[in-house]
Write a protein that binds this ligand. Structure first.
Ligand SMILES: [Ca+2]
Length: 567
């Protein structure tokens, strides 16, 4: 059941579709119109005015205060000469700015009741807006979806997706295509049942809703013990990808809930049938109906919070002389996966950090092979010691970038391990539901650095170069046709790096930590670099002394800085 197809006529499309030399997806250029730069989430820009030869001449063009101090995770969009960016805390503000000067065109402040903060797991985040057809769409931590007029900021509609008081929230930008705006939901630590749902762009009306966990009578429901599927999490707090040719939408799912696996399985070293579909999984949905077309589970019967929501990056790879429609995913569980995005079939899974909970992933069955005697699998009252990676993952949500120029994937990684055990806990709606205890104040297995920025070759299946970062929570990446990769760290350094060899060519201190990827755009023939900064706080607060080091490295903040080339 690891990999199955429901009703996809793979033969009809054939491979010829993918054989042309043109990129399979429209790439970001002058504009940056989608969260991940494009529908494929590559965060690659074709702009090359700023390049390896002149990047050392970057200087500040303008700065904008985001007006909030919680962790800043917004990806600005640039449509024409307007930039749309959100602040943290709800979001507190949605701004439309003149992309050339930073002048405020309009500001929208959603109304948020103060009690929402009690039911948000890991920081008061907002990762930005989506844009389509003269409208701007975003979700709120109160689990509402809002549409604004992109020209004026006037509210067009504002609908409740689901009751936030039960632990639901929306943290990521929605996905827009055709006449739909599709959102996922956060709440994997509150015993929710995950879903994605599509609304009509014009009216906000619900068009379809698909649960990630099969209900009674649906295939896969028997992978859950008793009624545990009702609180089994599988949330969808990350971002979607969209392949218009295949008419598929990709979303991946969080940890199973609660983390303590005895609630939803047999609490044994042999998980048997209790894989808990479709948690910690990649799902492909029919873009029109929301029906699940295929699924692949990263971590069966997850007990480590190997929350699988990290983005799916879509690209066509030449594998063994064959152009293959691929989906790239660097999971929290430490494996870098390559799937066939048409069929869901596993092509490769290789550790990109130190992994000891599993020895490898069996390419035939698609299943991870756990460590001898499943020694790294915690049980009720029984600790699993020194499990690598820890629950923040080999990689967390901060997005990777795949360069069409180098063919390499650039990703922020953690080098950390943990001790973890299951414990008894009752479910209460709207309350944290983990059934787990853990120690995260532990270094990794590989050197004293706690973070690493990695260039990964998804065809050769190996690391090409990396930059060690002594603090964890390295930011997301962005690559360009200028031969560059940009990323930041929790000291607040944003860096421009030679995409081929990892040489640092330029860096600038933002004054507060960077966790989201930079973006680039061009207005009036001039290329700009935009960096959102505001150091990480929610997740580090679980990390004892190591977390304190992260929070001491820079003060909290909310800064958007835009750079241009000087003389
Ligand atoms: Ca989680």
């Amino acid at each position: 059941m690891r990999y199955f197809k429901l009703a996809f006529a793979a033969g009809i499309l054939g491979t010829a579709l993918f054989a042309s030399g043109a990129p399979a997806f429209a790439q970001a250029g002058n504009e940056w119109t989608k969260y991940g730069g494009d529908y494929a989430n590559t965060r690659y820009s074709t702009l090359d005015q700023i390049n390896t030869r002149n990047v050392n001449k970057l200087r500040v063009a303008w700065i904008h205060s985001l007006g909030a101090l919680e962790t800043q995770e917004s990806t600005p969009l640039i449509v024409g000469d307007t930039m749309y960016v959100t602040s943290s805390t709800g979001p507190k503000h949605v701004f439309a700015l003149d992309a050339k000067t930073g002048k405020i065109k309009w500001k929208y402040d959603p109304e948020l009741p103060a009690d929402y903060m009690a039911t948000v797991c890991c920081g008061l985040d907002n990762r930005g807006v989506a844009y389509a057809d003269g409208m701007v769409f975003f979700g709120t931590l109160t689990a509402r979806l809002v549409a604004l007029d992109a020209k004026t900021g006037e509210e067009k509609w504002n609908v409740e997706v689901i009751d936030y008081k039960k632990g639901h929230a929306i943290t990521s930008a929605p996905l827009v295509y055709k006449n739909l705006v599709v959102t996922g939901i956060a709440g994997g630590e509150y015993g929710i049942r995950g879903f994605i749902e599509a609304h009509d762009q014009k009216t906000g009306k619900l068009v379809w809703k698909t649960y990630t966990i099969p209900g009674e009578g649906e295939p896969g429901n028997d992978t859950w013990k008793g009624d545990s599927w009702k609180t089994g999490a599988g949330s969808t707090w990350g971002v979607g990808s969209y392949d218009a040719k295949l008419n598929l939408v990709y979303w991946s799912t969080s940890n199973a809930g609660p983390w303590g696996g005895q609630t939803r399985g047999n609490d044994s070293t042999d998980i048997g049938k209790y894989t808990n579909l479709w948690t910690a999984s990649q799902l492909a949905f029919d873009a029109d109906t929301g029906k699940i077309v295929w699924g692949y589970q990263w971590t069966p019967n997850d007990v480590w919070d190997y929350d699988g929501i990290n983005e799916a990056v879509l690209t066509d790879l030449n594998i063994g002389g064959k152009v293959t429609p691929a989906l790239l995913h660097a999971d929290r569980n430490g494996f870098f996966y390559v799937l066939n995005r048409q069929t869901g079939k596993l092509i490769a899974a290789d550790p990109f950090v130190t992994v000891n909970w599993a020895t490898h992933v069996d390419l035939q069955t698609g299943r991870p092979v756990e460590a001898a005697n499943n020694a790294k699998r915690p049980r009720k009252g029984e600790w699993a010691r020194n499990v690598c990676p820890n629950l923040i993952g080999g990689k967390n949500w901060s997005p990777m970038s795949h360069s069409a120029q180098t063919g390499l994937t650039y990703l922020p990684a953690f080098n950390m391990c943990m001790d973890i055990a299951n414990k008894e806990e009752e479910y209460t709606p709207g309350k944290f539901y983990l059934a787990s205890e853990f120690n995260l104040d532990m270094a990794g297995a590989n050197g004293s650095n706690l973070g690493e920025f990695i260039a990964w070759d998804p065809v050769a299946k190996k690391k090409v170069w990396s930059i060690k970062e002594d603090l964890p929570f390295v930011s997301g990446a962005m690559s360009t046709a200028g031969g560059l990769v940009f990323y930041g760290n929790q000291y607040g350094d944003v860096k421009a790096v030679d995409a081929k060899n990892g040489n640092v060519l330029w860096q600038f201190r933002m004054g507060t930590g960077v966790i989201q990827s930079p973006v680039t755009y061009s207005v009036g023939g001039k290329q700009y670099l935009a960096v959102v900064a505001g150091r990480s706080k929610g997740p580090p607060s679980f990390f004892g002394k190591i977390g304190q080091r992260v929070m001491d490295a820079s003060p909290e903040g909310g800064i958007l800085a835009v750079f241009e080339l000087g003389n």
